[in-house]
Design a protein around this ligand. Structure first.
Ligand SMILES: Cc1ncc(COP(=O)(O)O)c(C=O)c1O
Length: 469
């Protein structure tokens, strides 16, 4: 069979099935019933905003805010968009800027996931990282910095999602009617997070017209001030949390929370455990905030005595967080997954050799193999193992010394460049001895009765000490 008979030619797609371009793929996201979780007498539906082309709900508002500015004449061809963003709005804007031909400057606080920054950068956004530890009013605060850059850039246009009315309007005119149609006019509760407040404001405006009885429920990360504001009207100080995209210290200018009567506070630990369960039970790869929303939706369901149809969101794809909550070692490092305590230095080994978790090389492997393995998992040294015993250690300096005169030397065996004078430590040794090794710029190899157990690096010790806070 010829290939062209397997694949229809572009003009042969049935009418209505062919999208006119990437931007027309934004919105009209699918909704799926949640299976595999105890939802009591309720049904839960997930709206998969992760299916937007930029991988998040923010594609909708990015498009709406750019088109509103074009329509008003505030944005002209060749102008530069500027925005302060935790990531997803930036990716949405970068996608639109790429398709429509605008320049884009993104001001991003330095706690955001590296996948999001890499995605925006690959779309040619000009990324300006700024401090995430400063408050409004500080010149480095990300929103103030974006406003200043927009003022100082010729043709600069500040998108300002936190105060831009096109943001909630996008949800009122697209997300909300989609939910109404997809549930066939049968929805009792909507569980939302608040970032800029665009989603909750737009949805609650729409449903106050078509079905005012719909209950709006806030899902808020522990550490955010918004849940307490909904419960008591009080502004309490905020703390830090690791879930991205939602929560905050104050109610944003465009957010209208007046129809939100119920709020749940969800810890990072529960959010991460919930999205990891979601992936394992349904195959849906969801972002960190989806865990917060789903955990809150499940708590809401558990409290109901009559059947309710509950809608919540997968607001972004988990592909943006593969290095974070879907990475077991990250979860262990951060203390979200507990391991049995041994009470000795074994507690500091993140990757255990017996679990096959240590990246190693053999003495006869080439230096190139060793270098590629180090790059793969982003470590700067590998233990050299022969017959289950650690016979050496190879780090970046050893590699440099070996190959700096001639790149062909990457073909030499590891044994020619490794260090065989090893700093070993027994599980029962004290912290002082460990500190002594690390302080000399070395890594500690934990060995018990001749058996290699794993490595302890400076960052393992720092993570261990932080977990004890
Ligand atoms: C990743 C992410 N971004 C954004 C939002 C909502 O943002 P906004 O309040 O700005 O509409 C959510 C809400 O749950 C979210 O999970």
């Amino acid at each position: 069979m010829k290939p062209e008979t397997l694949l229809p030619a572009w003009h042969a797609f049935p009418e209505g099935r062919l999208a006119a371009g990437t931007l027309s793929l934004i919105g009209n996201t699918p909704m799926v019933r949640l299976n595999g979780f105890d939802t009591g007498c309720c049904e839960v539906y997930l709206k998969l905003e992760s299916q937007n082309p930029g991988g998040s709900i923010k594609d909708r508002v990015a498009l709406a805010m750019v088109e509103a500015a074009e329509k008003s004449g505030a944005l002209r061809p060749g102008d530069t968009l500027v925005e302060a963003t935790a990531g997803n709005t930036g990716i949405g804007l970068a996608l639109i800027a790429a398709v429509k031909g605008y320049r884009l400057i993104l001001v991003i606080p330095d706690k955001m996931s590296s996948e999001k920054i890499a995605h925006a950068r690959a779309l040619d956004a000009d990324i300006r990282l700024t401090r995430s530890d400063v408050a409004p009013g500080h010149p480095d605060y990300y929103q103030d910095l974006a406003a200043r850059i927009a003022r100082e850039t010729p043709g600069g246009y500040h998108i300002n999602q936190f105060a831009n009315p096109a943001n909630p309007q996008a949800h009122e005119s697209t997300t909300a009617p989609e939910i109404w149609e997809q549930t066939e006019h049968g929805v009792d509760a909507i569980v939302c997070g608040v970032g800029s407040g665009g989603t909750i404001t737009g949805l609650s405006r729409y449903f106050s017209r078509v079905q005012p009885s719909v209950e709006f429920v806030l899902a808020d990360p522990e550490g955010s001030s918004l849940a307490e504001y909904v419960r008591s009207g009080k502004h309490v100080p905020s703390g830090s949390y690791a879930v991205e995209g939602i929560g905050g210290s104050c109610v944003p200018a465009i957010a209208d929370l007046s129809r939100v009567k119920l709020a749940y506070t969800i810890s990072d630990r529960e959010s991460f455990a919930t999205v990891r369960d979601l992936l394992k039970r349904t195959g849906i790869l969801a972002g960190s905030s989806s865990g917060t929303l789903l955990a809150a939706a499940l708590q809401y369901c558990a409290e109901q005595t009559t059947k309710k149809r509950v809608v919540t969101f997968v607001n972004d794809t988990g592909a943006k967080y593969l290095s974070k909550m879907y990475n077991d070692y990250w979860m262990i490092d951060q203390g979200y997954i507990e391991r049995p305590h041994t009470g000795n230095l074994q507690d500091l080994i993140t990757r255990k050799y017996e679990e096959g978790a240590v990246i190693t090389v053999g003495p006869e492997d080439t230096l190139l193999t060793a270098f590629q393995r180090m790059r793969l998992v982003d470590v700067s040294q590998v233990p050299v193992i022969e017959n289950g015993h650690c016979v050496g250690l190879l780090d970046e300096s050893d590699l440099l010394v070996a190959v700096h005169t001639d790149g062909k030397r990457f073909q030499l065996p590891v044994r020619t460049a490794m260090t065989s004078r090893l700093e070993t430590i027994a599980p029962g040794d004290g912290m002082e001895r460990l500190f002594n090794i690390l302080d000399r710029g070395l890594v500690a190899l934990v060995v018990e009765n001749g058996q290699f157990l794993g490595l302890i690096t400076k960052s393992d010790l720092l993570n261990y000490l932080r977990r004890k806070l």
